[in-house]
Design a protein around this ligand. Structure first.
Ligand code: NAP
Length: 303
């Protein structure tokens, strides 16, 4: 029986493991996707102490730090369910038992839900501009969305692509001004604003998109690829299945100590409703620390 099981191999999970390790708790950190969303970050410029670092490099540092402790074990694989007690059942049938659980399961990319999207997924439709931009050297692509992921993704893609269409449903961006400035520096970006994509067009692979509002007298744009960067959905499934309540924005409901509504279960990072729903490396790390601290006090109290 472990003291703590941390589910999720992202910033929140690894940070929680560093803290539980130093609290001398016997810790298992378990997950399917090493690095989580952090792997998609091209240039991280807001992690204190690193003026600029690649997301995968930062994730490797978190992992190395967490695994530098003898009392932290990493188990790769998908957790299928968590039962009171606590008993984690893995996809391969293995069972992990722990006295406390920290959900740090992150989030998954939101899909647009338009015709052609699923059909051409992997055939020109991608959910990570910063990961796949390299494949579109001298090509014409669209990036959809107006948040940090879309604007950062468009700025990175514009470094290699011939033309980037930034298509956003509103006339304003919610992204950091830093990334908006970076995008505005490029002269190969066309802004298609106040416009929705209603269909992904293709024949074997993506050939374009259909718009709900004509742009330059046409309701279609010819493209080689489409990056859908319209946000993410917290990965709450196993937390919900074990009885954790959600908040009004669909994240795991937590209090200031990151207790969920199930005793002995904590949530940190993108999956939780903490930090005013501000999903950043810095807030995920902070929540990982708080959740670990709360787990420590919970175990010390002997409840
Ligand atoms: P986000 O901030 O939630 O933005 C999603 C964008 O997609 C919004 O502009 C939204 O439009 C649009 N959108 C949502 N649903 C849509 C739909 N059905 N059709 C068309 N457009 C839709 O998501 P994100 O950009 O992925 O960022 C997620 C979190 O990661 C944020 O906290 C962000 O700050 C963080 N992040 C940070 C960085 C960084 O460098 N600091 C980089 C990447 C991500 P509206 O604006 O109209 O709502």
């Amino acid at each position: 029986m472990k003291d703590v099981a941390i589910i999720g191999l992202g910033c929140a999970g690894y940070t929680a493991a560093v803290y539980t390790a130093r609290y001398k708790l016997d810790t298992v950190i378990v997950g399917e996707v090493e690095g989580g969303m952090g792997m998609n970050a091209a240039d991280v410029g807001n992690w204190p102490g690193e003026i600029e670092i690649k997301g995968p490099d930062l994730m490797q540092k978190y992992k190395d730090h967490a695994l530098s402790f003898d009392n932290v074990e990493l188990v790769s694989g998908r957790v299928e369910k968590v039962e009171e007690g606590f008993k984690l059942t893995m996809q391969n049938g293995d069972v992990i038992e722990a006295k406390a659980v920290i959900f740090a399961t992150g989030s998954n990319k939101r899909h647009l839900g338009v015709p052609g999207e699923e059909e051409f997924s992997g055939k020109g439709v991608s959910y990570c501009a910063t990961c796949d931009a390299f494949f579109y050297r001298d090509k014409t692509v669209a990036v959809l969305g107006g948040g940090d992921s879309a604007i950062e993704g468009a700025a990175i893609t514009a470094q290699v692509a011939k033309t980037v269409y930034l298509i956003h449903r509103r006339g304003e961006f919610r992204a950091e001004p830093y990334w908006i400035d970076k995008l505005n520096e490029r002269d190969n970006v066309e802004f298609v604003l106040n416009t929705n994509v209603v269909e992904i067009l293709g024949d074997q692979k993506v050939t374009g998109v259909k718009l709900d509002t004509p742009w330059k007298d046409s309701d279609t744009i010819e493209l080689d690829g489409v990056f859908i960067e319209v946000g993410s959905i917290p990965a709450v499934d196993i937390a919900v299945q074990m009885g954790c309540e959600l908040d009004d924005r669909g994240h795991v409901k937590v209090d200031a100590a990151l207790n969920t509504t199930v005793k002995g279960v904590f949530a940190a990072g993108d999956v939780s409703g903490g930090s005013n729903h501000f999903a950043q490396f810095a807030t995920a790390a902070g929540e990982g620390a708080v959740a670990a601290n709360s787990a420590f006090h919970y175990l010390q109290s002997g409840k």
